[in-house]
Write a protein that binds this ligand. Sequence first.
Ligand code: NAD
Length: 313
Amino acid sequence: MKKCLVTGGAGFIGSHIAAELVSRDCEVTVLDNLSTGKLENMESFKDEVDFVQGSITDLDLLNECFQGIDTIFHQAALASVPRSVDDPVTSNDHNVNGTLNVLVAARDAGVGRVVYAASSSAYGDSDVLPKVETMPSKPMSPYAVNKYVGELYLKVFNDIYGLSAIGLRYFNVFGERQDPQSQYAAVLPLFITQLLAGHTPTINGDGRFSRDFTYVGNVVHANILAAQIDNPDGAIVNIACGDRISLSQLYESISSLLSVDKEPNYAETRIGDVPHSQADISMAKQLLGYEPVTSFQIGLEKTVNWYKADSNN
Ligand SMILES: NC(=O)c1ccc[n+]([C@@H]2O[C@H](COP(=O)([O-])OP(=O)(O)OC[C@H]3O[C@@H](n4cnc5c(N)ncnc54)[C@H](O)[C@@H]3O)[C@@H](O)[C@H]2O)c1
């Protein structure tokens, strides 16, 4: 893990991975088309990485950039369920064709390890909790199909071409730099920024839907471990806290941290949203030696503080 490349490194999760790699003295290249990512996400380390503005849909560019790279952290994607429902063709192009390009170029450049940002959305609509990696996949949205197809390609590339690869199924990641502005923003930054602005957030559904909200520091930790284990063999591994917080609980925790006393609005559930999600993280513990390093509550405090400071700038 000396010469690393982070696809999507100007995005929320990718920028945290890139920052960690820089702090470990790796030579880091960030490849991002800035479709949802921002240069300001790399502000604290921009002088210490090579930044390439380009798309993973451009195979020639990947062939060029991957030369001499030993580890790829593949984070680039159009990372949104509703966006994929609105425009499945574009989502497929970036998430499936883009991922296939990353694997082909990594194989051809002799890259030593690919760590893929997979998604808990692959589990889809199954009542069984917690989600274990051996459960069948039942995607409920084009995005979930995209991310799952990436897993299948990854395993095949591992098995038939000997490309050492591992997929990490992230569960509802949150933390500093998550974009609250996009029309497809995730619920946690939306609640925080709307409450900070004095607006009333809307909960889709009755508030009982629940998620295994995972602080981004835990995801970075898992990526570093996944890059270093001996032979991942194309494994797909849950990365989460192994706990479950309802949207109502989340809303209350954020309100309490911001000292706001305000009832939320309620609206219809969104197409493609699964009711509940919670990970079994036994495999991550066994295979990677992973433990969540930051609890939900501490992660939430850090995140709320960051948005508070950001809103004052
Ligand atoms: N945030 C979560 O809760 C979550 C959960 C599960 C999986 N994931 C996965 O984690 C990864 C990172 O997600 P995120 O939340 O940081 O999203 P993000 O939108 O902040 O980051 C994605 C980055 O990829 C870049 N990108 C998109 N298409 C690209 C392309 N064709 N070529 C190059 N760059 C491109 C974007 O500009 C952006 O910087 C994604 O693969 C996503 O599917 C995220």
